[in-house]
Design a protein around this ligand. Structure first.
Ligand SMILES: [Zn+2]
Ligand SMILES: [Zn+2]
Length: 388
């Protein structure tokens, strides 16, 4: 990560349009408002997506107490985001301790002793990912396409702004766990007394009581919405590839980041072409005369028909390579090849003249297979054929 990246980063508070003394709740509300304003689905402006990412990055840091306080002290260098520690040569730690957020032992102590002194704020859950299948044409897989897909997903309820309460009021803290979402209990073991925490059953671990639920989402904070999303399918994509659309999954139930949408690609079969990685395969049907004599032909490619010279004496099953008529690699400009496999089509019905010509050919050509000797020799059959 270069120094320019760090220098070019905007202040996270400025990004979220809050003051440095903003409360966690103020930051959350501002994040929601901005995320909705700049969500690429809802805002077609070209800079919206970049802005949306910036908002999410800022929120990821400022919504986490530890990371926020490191950021307050050391700026972007300590935020743990791209452009952070990587900016120091050799990854050196200029602050003299292992982690910018405090003692590296803190977590270990908490694990063993149940966080006796600190009550960590709950980290918001990320929204669920969603899976969508997108069927595209063979040509679209080669050249890329813009496709609209419909997704149904849970989004933050607009009536309550996700607070789950009528008109977006703040829900009161749960009276059982006093807002922590955890119920702590001392447990006696042979090793001594341990403190254990379990999610509060009164509030399902959310720490709040929904005393006056929002009527639109029935107190859930999220509602199902069907949206049309435009997917840019890159040229060269192949069957079963999966595209990730960051932040296009379901909204978080508690103010965290949205999940991702994964679009699995299914390529519809083509009547003529098949594909193996970057190589396109197609059959080329020619008659026996063309195979024997050679011909000037047009061969179908994914770019349209191209001139092709079939050489004299072409065998059934023989393959020819058309350079650069295959699929591109994703993100690359060079293309694979097309391989054409010759199918020699033997006529099923002959006119009298054709039959005579073949019979003459039969006399003149050497047979590759041994003939039946006896009464009906090869030549007697030829004579039969000529006797019309
Ligand atoms: Zn609601
Ligand atoms: Zn509770």
């Amino acid at each position: 990560m270069s120094q320019e990246t760090m220098a070019g980063k905007r202040d996270y508070y400025q990004v979220l349009e809050v003051t440095r003394s903003a409360t966690a709740e103020e930051i959350r509300r501002s994040y929601r408002r901005l995320a909705r304003k700049y969500h690429p689905d809802l805002n077609p402006a070209p800079e919206a997506e970049e802005h949306f990412k910036e908002i999410n990055e800022a929120y990821e840091v400022l919504s986490d107490d530890d990371r926020r306080s490191s950021y307050d002290r050391f700026g972007h260098a300590a935020s743990g985001m791209p452009g952070g520690f990587g900016g120091f040569p050799g990854g050196a730690d200029p602050f003299g301790f292992g982690s910018a957020s405090g003692s590296p032992f803190a977590d270990i102590f908490e694990t063993f002793f149940g966080a006796a002194n600190t009550q960590r704020p709950r980290t918001p859950t990320r929204g669920a990912d969603i899976q969508v299948t997108l069927a595209i044409e063979f040509e679209e897989a080669i050249f890329g396409a813009e496709k609209d897909i419909e997704v149904t997903r849970l989004e933050v309820c607009e009536s309550c702004d996700g607070t789950r309460m009528r008109d977006g009021q703040q829900p009161p803290a749960c009276s059982v766990c006093h807002g922590s979402g955890q119920v702590r209990r001392a447990q006696q073991t042979i090793l001594g007394q341990f403190m254990t925490s379990t999610p509060c059953s009164a509030c399902d671990g959310t720490g709040v009581t929904i005393s006056d639920p929002c009527p639109d989402c029935r107190g859930r904070g999220r509602v199902a919405r069907t949206r049309t999303i435009t997917v840019s399918v890159p040229a060269g994509i192949d069957e079963n590839a999966s595209l990730r659309l960051t932040g296009q999954g379901e909204a978080s139930p508690d103010g965290g980041l949205a999940g991702n949408a994964y679009v699995r690609i299914v390529v519809k079969p083509h009547p003529l072409f098949t594909r193996k990685e970057r190589t396109i395969h197609s059959p080329l049907r020619v008659n026996v005369a063309q195979a024997a004599l050679g011909d000037e032909l047009e061969v179908e490619t994914i770019d349209g028909p191209v001139a092709f010279r079939l050489p004299e004496g072409t065998q059934a099953g023989q393959q020819f390579r058309l350079k650069g008529r295959g699929a591109p690699s994703i993100g690359g400009s060079d293309r694979g090849d097309q391989i054409v496999t010759v199918q020699v089509v033997t006529p099923r019905k002959l006119t009298p003249e054709q039959r005579e010509l073949f019979a003459q050919l039969a006399v003149s050509l050497d047979s590759e297979a041994p003939r039946v000797e006896g009464e009906r020799t090869f030549f007697s059959r030829v004579k039969d054929a000529l006797r019309w």
